[in-house]
Ligand binder design. Structure first.
Ligand code: BT5
Length: 329
């Protein structure tokens, strides 16, 4: 009943009386009032004016199922939607639930206690200050094509941010940056055999309003200098709008890839919005650090770099980190 009351309040521009609602649902006005209060506790601002009734003033910027699903315009991405107040890591939760999840299912949380980056790094995920989610994908592609998914997600995210009026860039392979600072990260993990993929977990963390004064143990001292959040670039950030828009954009680019078996559509955006193409970068591997010029991203999602002698190398994303010549980017 609570959900249906909310639906009616959302549809109505003006107020609706407690009496009308109680007739509609065949319950007492006290029962209606209790449901209204419970919605208020969830963060909905509901005005109640004597003799006029209830009116919805504002929605909480919640990422719950009932906020997202009615407005989600996709065929399969996010159609199965799991919302959790808190979890260690949405990528880990997808792996635990794997078999019970349909292709394109999404897990979203408000807070990660052990958010993960690549290569064992951490992803700082404070409560409600970001969007943290993972999508399970079951494409019929060989494992070496999995890095393409990261490029598709990066392109979709750039597109979503452009619609918000925010110009961001991609620091190949998985960082979304604004200027010299990181605003979002992508973690693509794969489970499968040599010849075929079992499933891919695409995890994304976007900083929407990180409070840098909020020091917690996992917060790295230096992070404040190299991280930023969308709230610094736009006054009107809605996590809900961004998540909806990303899921829709991602589906478009992902479907294009499945249909054509190439990621040209995504690559166009990745190249155009690259933070590193044409620049001198530091390529950091476990055993070495080398300076190279970043040339291009190829159709496999690899980074083409050139050394001082003009030798060209194709770098696969897995084991490398990229830095700017003198700074993070
Ligand atoms: C990434 O790794 O950028 C991938 C981040 C993916 C996070 C999502 S959230 C949902 C899903 N569930 C998970 O558990 N993870 C995914 P990497 O390129 O390795 O970058 C990690 C580095 O970014 C860290 O070592 C920090 O320096 C920095 N960092 C950590 N938290 C950050 C934050 N909130 N904003 C900006 N930079 C951050």
């Amino acid at each position: 009943m609570k959900e249906n009351i909310l639906k009616i309040l959302k549809e109505k521009e003006d107020s609706i009386s407690g009496e009308e609602l109680s007739k509609k649902f065949g319950v007492s006005r006290t029962a209606i009032w209790k449901n209204i209060n419970s919605l208020r506790e969830e963060g909905y601002e509901i005005e109640s004016v004597q003799r006029k009734g209830y009116r919805l003033i504002s929605n909480p910027d919640k990422l719950s199922k009932k906020e997202i699903l009615p407005e989600l315009n996709t065929d399969f991405i996010g159609k199965e939607y799991i919302y959790l107040e808190e979890i260690d890591s949405t990528n880990e939760e997808v792996k635990r639930r794997n078999l019970s999840m349909k292709d394109g299912a999404v897990i979203v949380t408000e807070h990660q206690t052990k958010g993960k980056g690549r290569l064992g790094r951490k992803w700082y995920s404070p409560k409600k200050q970001g969007i943290y989610f993972s999508i399970i994908l079951r494409p019929e592609i060989p494992p070496f094509e999995a890095p393409k998914i990261t490029q598709i997600a990066a392109a979709a995210l750039i597109n979503t941010l452009i619609k918000e009026g925010i110009e961001a860039n991609i620091k190949w392979p998985n960082d979304i940056v604004i200027g010299n600072r990181k605003i979002a990260g992508i973690l693509t993990e794969m489970s499968g055999q040599i010849m075929e993929i079992d499933y891919i977990v695409l995890g994304i963390g976007i900083n929407t309003s990180i409070d840098y004064d909020y020091k917690i143990e996992e917060f790295e001292e230096k992070l404040a200098k190299k991280a930023t959040s969308l709230a610094e670039y736009s006054k009107n950030i809605s996590r809900k709008r961004i998540l909806l828009s990303f899921l829709e954009d991602f589906e478009i680019y992902y479907k294009d890839f499945l249909a054509k078996n190439n990621i040209e559509k995504s690559l166009e955006i990745c190249r155009k919005n690259s933070a590193i193409i044409g620049k001198k970068i530091k390529v950091i591997r476990r055993e070495s650090e080398e300076y190279r010029k970043a040339l291009d991203i190829d159709e496999e999602g690899r980074l083409l770099v050139m050394d001082e002698d003009g030798n060209i190398e194709k770098i696969v994303s897995g084991e490398v980190s990229i830095r700017g010549e003198n700074s993070y980017i």
